[in-house]
Design a protein around this ligand. Structure first.
Ligand code: 9MJ
Length: 666
């Protein structure tokens, strides 16, 4: 009887380990999370009833029950070295040339790897069982964090496979995924606990917990990137082979690693990963190149503290520390009042940043941001730079809480806060110069009327000079009005008038979008154009009628009728039409071509046949709704190359995953 139970327990452990491997290492789970939990609880139950069969490497035994008093020290048998750096193409070419000269060969093959921005750790397995884990520390001596490392579910407690060395040290990076970091901070904030400035600090803080139960709650991951001590003669000849072997043991290895040829291959890899950077679910601060040939690595050897055969090629940092000189507020197109931090100029992500958004009053209170504060500023991709966290220890003694203004800084109308909304608004609408400017900027922008050459600065100048008050005035501008503006010659004035003329031929959906009705984005404008066919129908539709249309809810319907109930707006529309704006009859999609009507689609990964924007446009035309994140309401996920967490989530929810070809065929 007992033997049978023991056999069942062992089988469950094998099954659970197999599923963890499929989930964390292969990224190809074959069961749902719920099914995994069910197996896990079966095992937990049996182990509770038969504690004599509990073993330390059971998947149920990841979390130790006693907090530690402190971390003991661990000496690394082989020092954990750091990497040299290159920052520019020239430095990369020098690095490669130096190695080629030393090795006396023409071209070197490298293992090229994203450089994960987490914490370097060493994990030692003895006879295939996780034995000890340590931080890098100063490279020679680190801290024993075995209990915390055991709680990371993607790190196997038992290695897979037949030929496992008696002792095997794996080195790699512990990171906190961005998605997990955001969620963690949100929860911590609700509970009034410490939040972290970035995923790297969060990972470091999590590994430094004395109570492994706390670490277990943190969403940490591990990726291996090299071997340390190995008691066995391995017969690999390249670094990539060792990484593949490490992965076969059940340890996650980054799936973007690849071999490249020479400095040129390195450069291409750097650019490729640079483009992917923002779409990844983890922070990277560059890429790493390592000579792939292990014999050549040995020949090249080391300089003082780093291997000569490897280097890190850094990306511009996405985060920097600077000081807030002043907090201003800006008035948006819809009157929303946004606080903006004016910063001491600082380079973030390769660009000098002087402003960062503070979003709204609630955000300012939440982060307790004040004038004079030293802050972490983050700028990722094309997103507006934002203040992530205040460094309280550097706060000036005389600092005071920031107060939002009570009146519009531009038109001095008293500001309103609508219940349930986080933002303060200036209710003056187009009577407020700031909103007038924003409305015209929006009207002229690329996705709206697309008036080439009519940029933000020029609009501001024209409104300030009293040349235009509304979007319609653009079409009544005279050459001499324009050419007298500062920094505007005859020629540019002429060009501008030409592009204004050209913009008169538009499409109904773009025109509706250009009007800047609150809550009416591109997709809604397209629906309105397709269903109502002209402006008259749209302006006369009631809330009830609008709500009948696909994807138009009560709030949007309300905003639309409100917009058309204002005499001023009707006048501007009439002036625009009188100026000669026209569009071709809108193509009403045949029900048969609306193959994706009512379906919600999420795009992820790198597309090669379309830009994101065109793919989105095509999907909208096919009747689909395009969402930013995967949920159980998602019908399809279209995954391009190197899709990450969205793809994993889709698979775990059993959502149909399609590729670009599928979209092309549709
Ligand atoms: C990171 N951080 O991703 C190394 N690393 O190799 C990769 N770090 C490394 N390799 C030798 N991919 C020392 C550090």
């Amino acid at each position: 009887m007992n033997n049978e139970i023991k056999a069942v327990i062992e089988k469950l452990r094998l099954q659970l380990n197999e599923h963890s491997y499929r989930y964390y290492v292969l990224d190809e789970p074959t069961i749902s999370d719920a099914e995994y939990d069910k197996l896990y609880h079966e095992l937990l139950n049996l182990e509770q009833n038969y504690p004599q069969f509990i073993s330390k490497d059971s998947p149920t035994q990841r979390i130790g029950d006693k907090p530690l008093d402190g971390f003991s020290q661990v000496k690394h048998e082989i020092p954990m070295l750091s990497l040299g750096n290159v920052f520019t193409d020239d430095e990369l070419i020098d690095f490669d040339r130096r190695l080629r000269d030393l090795a006396e060969i023409n071209e070197i093959e490298y293992s090229a790897e994203p450089k994960l921005d987490g914490l370097a750790v060493s994990i030692v397995y003895q006879n295939g069982k996780l034995h000890q884990a340590a931080t890098r520390g100063d490279g020679t001596v680190g801290e024993d964090i075995t209990a915390n490392i055991r709680t990371i579910k993607s790190i196997p407690l038992t290695l897979r496979g037949e030929l496992i060395p008696a002792k095997l040290e794996i080195r790699g990076e512990v990171i906190m995924p961005r998605s997990g970091f955001t969620k963690y901070n949100q929860t911590a904030e609700l509970l009034g606990e410490k939040t972290f400035a970035n995923p790297r600090n969060a990972a470091a803080g999590s590994l430094r917990q004395l109570d492994p139960k706390q670490t277990a709650k943190r969403p940490l991951k591990f990726y291996a990137y090299s071997l340390g001590v190995v008691f066995e003669n391995l017969e690999f000849t390249t670094h990539i082979e060792t990484l593949n072997w490490i992965q076969s043991l059940g340890i996650p290895v980054n799936n973007l690693n690849q071999t490249v040829q020479g400095a040129n291959g390195c450069q291409k890899f750097y650019e490729k990963i640079g483009k992917l950077r923002d779409s990844l679910d983890y922070d990277i601060d560059g890429v790493v190149y390592k000579v792939n040939d292990l014999a050549l690595q040995q020949k090249l050897g080391f300089v003082t503290k780093s291997p000569r055969w490897a280097t890190a090629h850094k990306f511009p940092a996405q985060e920097a520390v600077t000081v807030i000189d002043k907090i201003d507020v800006q008035v948006g197109r819809t009157g929303s009042i946004t606080p903006v931090a004016r910063l001491k100029p600082v380079v973030v992500g390769g660009v000098t940043v002087t402003n960062a958004t503070l979003h709204n009053e609630d955000e300012i209170r939440r982060k307790d941001v004040r004038q004079g504060d030293s802050v972490f500023v983050r700028r990722a991709g094309d997103v507006i730079p934002e203040v992530v966290k205040v460094i309280l220890s550097k706060r000036p003694k005389d600092s005071v809480e920031f107060q939002m203004p009570t009146h519009c800084p531009v038109c001095e109308t008293e500001l309103h806060k609508i219940e349930g909304e986080a933002v303060l608004r200036c209710p003056a609408g187009l009577y407020c110069d700031a909103q007038r400017k924003e409305a015209v900027k929006h009207f002229a922008s690329r996705k709206a009327m697309d008036i080439e050459g009519l940029g933000d600065k020029l609009v501001e100048q024209m409104v300030d000079e009293g040349l235009i008050k509304t979007a319609a005035d653009i079409f009544y501008l005279k050459q001499q009005d324009v050419s007298q503006l500062e920094r505007m010659g005859e020629k540019s004035a002429q060009n501008l008038l030409q592009s204004i003329e050209k913009s008169k031929h538009t499409s109904l959906n773009k025109f509706i979008y250009a009007l800047g009705i609150r809550e009416v984005g591109e997709a809604t404008a397209l629906t309105l154009a397709q269903k109502l066919r002209n402006i008259q129908n749209l302006s006369k539709s009631s809330v009830e009628e609008l709500k009948e249309l696909p994807d138009i809810g009560p709030i949007v319907a309300e905003r639309i009728t409100q917009f058309f109930s204002e005499e001023h707006n009707l006048q501007v529309i009439q002036q625009l039409l009188d100026a000669g704006i026209y569009w071709d009859e809108i193509e009403v999609p045949d029900e048969n071509t609306q193959t994706l009507a009512g379906k919600t689609v999420v795009l992820t990964g790198t597309l090669t046949q379309f830009t994101r924007a065109t793919a989105k446009e095509k999907l909208l035309k096919l009747g689909a709704k395009v969402a930013g994140s995967v949920s159980k309401n998602t019908d399809y996920v279209i995954a391009g190359a190197n899709a990450g967490s969205k793809l994993t989530k889709a698979e775990s929810l059993g959502i149909e995953v399609k590729d670009e070809e599928w979209l092309m065929e549709l």
